[in-house]
Design a protein around this ligand. Sequence first.
Ligand code: NAP
Length: 285
Amino acid sequence: MAAKIIDGTAIAAKVKEQIKEQVGQLKSQGKRVRLAAMLVGATAAGEMYAVRQGEACRAVGIEYELVKLPETATQAEVEAKIEALNRDPAVTGIMVHLPVPRHVDEARLQQKIELVKDVEGVNPGNLGMMVLGRAVNVPCTAMAAFELIKTTGVSLRGAEAVVVGASEIVGKPVALLLSDERATVQICRSATPDLAGHCRKADILVAAVGKAGIIGGDFIKDGAVVIDVGINRITLPDGTKRTVGDVDFDAAKEKAGWITPVPGGVGPMTVAMLLGNVVRGAKSN
Ligand code: NAP
């Protein structure tokens, strides 16, 4: 059976339409909706990412402010800027572009961002609120994977779910979201023996590792929902470069019921989730 492709680009476009409407309503109530993104020590890649992020915001009516600090900015200076953005009522979302210079502690910066403005959901306080079942902002990629699973209509209650990878921003929060829906969740890690055996039992399989093709076609249960979070740049034998996921897509799609492509799956949905979190911040103002 060939899987149905979960078209993250198309689903994200619909979500963005809804966000645009919400932004319009908030503005008509006199509310500001603004993302402040901090770039400490600009790199070409960081600048380019910020340009694209600004375009994504403006396309749905969200104001975008790029706060640039020099490479030499101290921890205290960056934290002071975050505190100023926390106090600014016009700013409804704050994020810090990574990487930051080596002398700056990114975890301490993330802890400084007010929970409701922490649109990436990286403040440990936000992760804690998730555990308590009182989520404010959930990490965007975890939320993207979860929302894509929900679009399949497959019941999560009682489903066997396997999450491969246990990072704080993807694997662990995805596992929690699935568990809160009463799925039976297993998290596989680098030390998991027989990864294939665990995956083969999964009605829902989320791969968030960062290793191209680690999930083979023979790891997939017939009819499973397969969400590929991985983003890996590989070089083909002819020297051309390609972006692929963690799942061997061509083989897996012959067994899965639903599957996300890479690119065009979780990536675009992650952007939509971030924009949604900026709007949530404005609603709570
Ligand atoms: P990460 O922090 O590097 O975590 C990787 C996880 O994979 C770790 O928990 C590690 O387990 C586990 N792992 C490594 N080798 C394994 C193996 N052989 N078997 C089972 N588990 C193994 O990665 P991340 O930040 O979660 O990102 C994962 C992937 O998602 C990357 O490709 C990244 O680029 C991509 N990503 C995509 C988006 C998007 O928007 N689409 C956003 C974020 C990340 P241990 O902890 O036990 O070592």
